[in-house]
Write a protein that binds this ligand. Structure first.
Ligand code: URA
Length: 237
Protein backbone atom coordinates (compact mmCIF):
# COMPACT_ATOMS: atom_id res chain seq x y z
CA UNK A 1 0.00 0.00 0.00
CA UNK A 2 1.32 3.44 -0.90
CA UNK A 3 0.12 7.02 -0.60
CA UNK A 4 -1.84 8.22 -3.62
CA UNK A 5 0.22 11.42 -4.02
CA UNK A 6 3.45 9.45 -3.87
CA UNK A 7 2.20 7.04 -6.53
CA UNK A 8 1.19 9.89 -8.85
CA UNK A 9 4.52 11.65 -8.49
CA UNK A 10 6.56 8.45 -8.91
CA UNK A 11 4.66 7.73 -12.13
CA UNK A 12 5.64 11.15 -13.46
CA UNK A 13 1.97 12.28 -13.56
CA UNK A 14 2.22 15.34 -11.31
CA UNK A 15 3.95 16.60 -8.19
CA UNK A 16 2.49 15.88 -4.78
CA UNK A 17 1.36 19.49 -4.52
CA UNK A 18 -0.36 19.32 -7.92
CA UNK A 19 -2.02 16.07 -6.83
CA UNK A 20 -3.60 17.84 -3.85
CA UNK A 21 -4.98 20.53 -6.15
CA UNK A 22 -6.29 17.95 -8.66
CA UNK A 23 -8.01 16.06 -5.85
CA UNK A 24 -9.53 19.27 -4.48
CA UNK A 25 -10.81 19.96 -8.01
CA UNK A 26 -12.41 16.47 -8.04
CA UNK A 27 -10.16 15.32 -10.91
CA UNK A 28 -8.92 12.09 -9.31
CA UNK A 29 -10.83 8.85 -8.89
CA UNK A 30 -9.80 5.54 -7.33
CA UNK A 31 -11.85 2.55 -8.46
CA UNK A 32 -14.39 4.97 -9.89
CA UNK A 33 -14.86 6.97 -6.69
CA UNK A 34 -13.77 10.61 -6.56
CA UNK A 35 -11.17 11.17 -3.86
CA UNK A 36 -10.65 14.52 -2.17
CA UNK A 37 -7.49 13.65 -0.25
CA UNK A 38 -4.17 12.43 -1.54
CA UNK A 39 -2.71 11.04 1.67
CA UNK A 40 -4.92 7.93 1.43
CA UNK A 41 -3.10 4.62 0.98
CA UNK A 42 -3.97 2.47 -1.97
CA UNK A 43 -2.65 -0.59 -3.78
CA UNK A 44 -1.08 0.73 -7.00
CA UNK A 45 -0.94 -2.72 -8.63
CA UNK A 46 -4.66 -3.43 -8.24
CA UNK A 47 -6.58 -0.22 -7.61
CA UNK A 48 -7.59 1.75 -10.69
CA UNK A 49 -6.52 5.38 -10.56
CA UNK A 50 -7.81 7.94 -13.06
CA UNK A 51 -6.66 11.53 -13.36
CA UNK A 52 -8.86 13.82 -15.43
CA UNK A 53 -10.64 10.74 -16.76
CA UNK A 54 -7.39 9.10 -17.94
CA UNK A 55 -6.24 5.85 -16.42
CA UNK A 56 -2.83 5.85 -14.78
CA UNK A 57 -0.80 2.91 -16.10
CA UNK A 58 1.22 1.89 -13.11
CA UNK A 59 4.92 1.21 -13.70
CA UNK A 60 6.54 -1.00 -11.15
CA UNK A 61 9.94 0.66 -11.27
CA UNK A 62 11.01 4.25 -10.92
CA UNK A 63 13.65 6.21 -12.82
CA UNK A 64 15.02 9.35 -11.23
CA UNK A 65 17.26 12.00 -12.74
CA UNK A 66 19.61 13.61 -10.24
CA UNK A 67 21.95 16.53 -10.73
CA UNK A 68 24.70 15.02 -8.64
CA UNK A 69 26.61 17.49 -6.50
CA UNK A 70 30.29 17.24 -5.61
CA UNK A 71 31.30 15.36 -2.48
CA UNK A 72 28.81 12.48 -2.60
CA UNK A 73 29.44 8.92 -3.67
CA UNK A 74 27.60 7.18 -6.52
CA UNK A 75 26.75 4.21 -4.33
CA UNK A 76 23.76 2.95 -2.38
CA UNK A 77 25.35 3.08 1.04
CA UNK A 78 28.70 3.81 2.58
CA UNK A 79 29.75 3.94 6.18
CA UNK A 80 32.07 6.89 5.81
CA UNK A 81 30.64 9.23 3.22
CA UNK A 82 27.22 10.45 2.07
CA UNK A 83 25.83 8.74 -1.03
CA UNK A 84 23.43 9.88 -3.73
CA UNK A 85 20.77 7.64 -2.15
CA UNK A 86 21.22 9.44 1.20
CA UNK A 87 20.42 12.69 -0.62
CA UNK A 88 16.96 11.57 -1.74
CA UNK A 89 14.13 13.12 0.21
CA UNK A 90 11.06 11.18 1.39
CA UNK A 91 9.21 11.78 -1.87
CA UNK A 92 11.72 9.58 -3.67
CA UNK A 93 12.89 7.15 -1.01
CA UNK A 94 11.94 3.51 -1.55
CA UNK A 95 13.63 0.16 -1.20
CA UNK A 96 16.02 -1.12 -3.81
CA UNK A 97 17.16 2.19 -5.35
CA UNK A 98 20.70 2.40 -6.69
CA UNK A 99 22.62 4.65 -9.09
CA UNK A 100 22.79 3.20 -12.62
CA UNK A 101 26.44 3.89 -13.34
CA UNK A 102 28.98 5.87 -11.45
CA UNK A 103 30.30 9.38 -11.38
CA UNK A 104 33.42 10.18 -9.37
CA UNK A 105 32.91 11.85 -6.03
CA UNK A 106 33.99 15.23 -7.42
CA UNK A 107 32.02 14.90 -10.70
CA UNK A 108 28.67 16.65 -10.98
CA UNK A 109 25.70 16.30 -13.31
CA UNK A 110 23.37 13.75 -14.79
CA UNK A 111 22.94 10.55 -12.82
CA UNK A 112 20.09 8.06 -13.10
CA UNK A 113 18.82 6.35 -9.99
CA UNK A 114 16.47 3.40 -10.35
CA UNK A 115 15.29 0.15 -8.79
CA UNK A 116 15.11 -1.60 -12.18
CA UNK A 117 18.07 -3.97 -12.42
CA UNK A 118 17.33 -5.02 -16.02
CA UNK A 119 17.27 -1.41 -17.14
CA UNK A 120 20.60 -0.73 -15.43
CA UNK A 121 22.12 -3.81 -17.00
CA UNK A 122 20.96 -2.74 -20.47
CA UNK A 123 22.12 0.80 -19.89
CA UNK A 124 25.55 -0.17 -18.60
CA UNK A 125 26.23 -3.00 -21.03
CA UNK A 126 29.18 -1.99 -23.23
CA UNK A 127 27.52 -3.63 -26.23
CA UNK A 128 24.74 -1.03 -26.15
CA UNK A 129 27.27 1.81 -26.50
CA UNK A 130 25.14 4.42 -24.76
CA UNK A 131 27.16 7.63 -25.32
CA UNK A 132 27.73 10.02 -22.46
CA UNK A 133 28.59 13.67 -22.93
CA UNK A 134 30.82 15.45 -20.39
CA UNK A 135 31.89 19.03 -19.98
CA UNK A 136 35.46 19.11 -18.72
CA UNK A 137 37.25 22.19 -17.48
CA UNK A 138 40.98 21.72 -17.97
CA UNK A 139 44.07 23.38 -16.56
CA UNK A 140 45.25 24.18 -20.12
CA UNK A 141 43.50 24.38 -23.50
CA UNK A 142 43.77 21.31 -25.71
CA UNK A 143 45.65 21.50 -28.98
CA UNK A 144 44.63 20.10 -32.37
CA UNK A 145 46.99 17.18 -31.90
CA UNK A 146 45.49 16.42 -28.43
CA UNK A 147 42.09 16.37 -30.11
CA UNK A 148 43.34 13.91 -32.71
CA UNK A 149 44.76 11.62 -30.04
CA UNK A 150 41.51 11.71 -28.04
CA UNK A 151 39.57 10.91 -31.20
CA UNK A 152 41.82 7.98 -32.09
CA UNK A 153 41.58 6.26 -28.74
CA UNK A 154 44.55 5.21 -26.65
CA UNK A 155 46.21 2.56 -24.54
CA UNK A 156 47.55 3.64 -21.16
CA UNK A 157 50.85 2.37 -19.79
CA UNK A 158 49.00 -0.08 -17.55
CA UNK A 159 47.35 -1.58 -20.65
CA UNK A 160 43.92 0.05 -20.19
CA UNK A 161 42.41 0.72 -23.61
CA UNK A 162 40.01 3.56 -24.38
CA UNK A 163 37.98 3.62 -27.59
CA UNK A 164 37.90 6.83 -29.65
CA UNK A 165 36.10 9.73 -27.99
CA UNK A 166 34.28 12.51 -29.82
CA UNK A 167 35.44 16.00 -29.01
CA UNK A 168 32.24 17.97 -29.56
CA UNK A 169 33.23 21.54 -28.74
CA UNK A 170 36.25 23.30 -27.35
CA UNK A 171 36.29 26.74 -25.92
CA UNK A 172 39.61 27.56 -24.29
CA UNK A 173 39.95 25.20 -21.36
CA UNK A 174 36.36 23.97 -21.59
CA UNK A 175 35.87 20.85 -23.68
CA UNK A 176 32.75 18.83 -24.35
CA UNK A 177 33.70 15.22 -24.92
CA UNK A 178 31.57 12.16 -25.61
CA UNK A 179 32.54 8.61 -24.69
CA UNK A 180 30.60 5.38 -25.07
CA UNK A 181 32.43 3.35 -22.44
CA UNK A 182 32.22 4.01 -18.76
CA UNK A 183 35.60 2.96 -17.47
CA UNK A 184 36.91 4.12 -14.10
CA UNK A 185 38.16 7.75 -14.29
CA UNK A 186 37.99 7.48 -18.08
CA UNK A 187 37.60 11.15 -19.00
CA UNK A 188 40.23 12.27 -16.51
CA UNK A 189 42.63 9.57 -17.68
CA UNK A 190 42.11 10.41 -21.35
CA UNK A 191 42.94 14.06 -20.73
CA UNK A 192 45.87 13.10 -18.50
CA UNK A 193 47.21 11.10 -21.45
CA UNK A 194 47.48 14.35 -23.41
CA UNK A 195 48.98 16.19 -20.43
CA UNK A 196 45.88 17.98 -19.13
CA UNK A 197 44.33 17.95 -15.68
CA UNK A 198 40.56 17.95 -15.39
CA UNK A 199 39.69 20.57 -12.81
CA UNK A 200 35.95 20.22 -13.09
CA UNK A 201 33.80 17.54 -14.67
CA UNK A 202 30.07 17.57 -15.33
CA UNK A 203 27.95 15.00 -17.17
CA UNK A 204 25.50 16.74 -19.50
CA UNK A 205 23.82 13.95 -21.43
CA UNK A 206 23.31 10.18 -21.47
CA UNK A 207 22.19 8.83 -24.86
CA UNK A 208 19.49 11.30 -25.91
CA UNK A 209 18.64 12.38 -22.36
CA UNK A 210 19.94 15.79 -21.27
CA UNK A 211 20.51 16.99 -17.74
CA UNK A 212 17.53 19.15 -16.80
CA UNK A 213 19.04 22.59 -16.26
CA UNK A 214 16.24 23.45 -13.85
CA UNK A 215 17.66 20.98 -11.31
CA UNK A 216 20.22 22.50 -9.01
CA UNK A 217 22.93 20.34 -7.48
CA UNK A 218 21.43 17.64 -5.29
CA UNK A 219 17.94 18.00 -6.75
CA UNK A 220 16.12 15.31 -8.68
CA UNK A 221 12.91 14.51 -10.52
CA UNK A 222 11.22 11.47 -12.02
CA UNK A 223 11.74 10.61 -15.68
CA UNK A 224 8.74 10.05 -17.92
CA UNK A 225 8.45 7.26 -20.50
CA UNK A 226 9.78 9.23 -23.45
CA UNK A 227 12.82 10.32 -21.46
CA UNK A 228 13.56 6.71 -20.50
CA UNK A 229 13.34 5.74 -24.17
CA UNK A 230 15.58 8.69 -25.10
CA UNK A 231 18.43 7.20 -23.08
CA UNK A 232 18.77 4.46 -25.68
CA UNK A 233 18.20 6.71 -28.63
CA UNK A 234 20.97 9.16 -29.36
CA UNK A 235 20.94 9.08 -33.15
CA UNK A 236 20.44 12.81 -33.42
CA UNK A 237 23.54 13.84 -31.50
N1 URA B 1 35.11 10.00 -16.32
C1 URA B 1 35.78 10.38 -15.20
O1 URA B 1 36.98 10.51 -15.20
N2 URA B 1 35.06 10.61 -14.10
C2 URA B 1 33.70 10.50 -14.05
O2 URA B 1 33.09 10.75 -13.00
C3 URA B 1 33.04 10.12 -15.22
C4 URA B 1 33.77 9.87 -16.35
Amino acid sequence: MERLDKILSSQGICTRKEARKLAADKKITVNGITVRKTDIKIDPENDIIEVGGKRVEYKKYVYIMMNKPKGVLSASNDRNAPTVIDLLNDDYKRNGLFPAGRLDRDTTGLLIITDDGDFAHRFLSPKNHVPKLYKATLDKPITDSDKQILEQGMTLRDGTKYSPAKVKTTNGCIVEIEISEGKFHQVKNMFAFVGKTVENLERLRIGGLFLDKKLSHGECRYLNNSEITAIFNSDNY
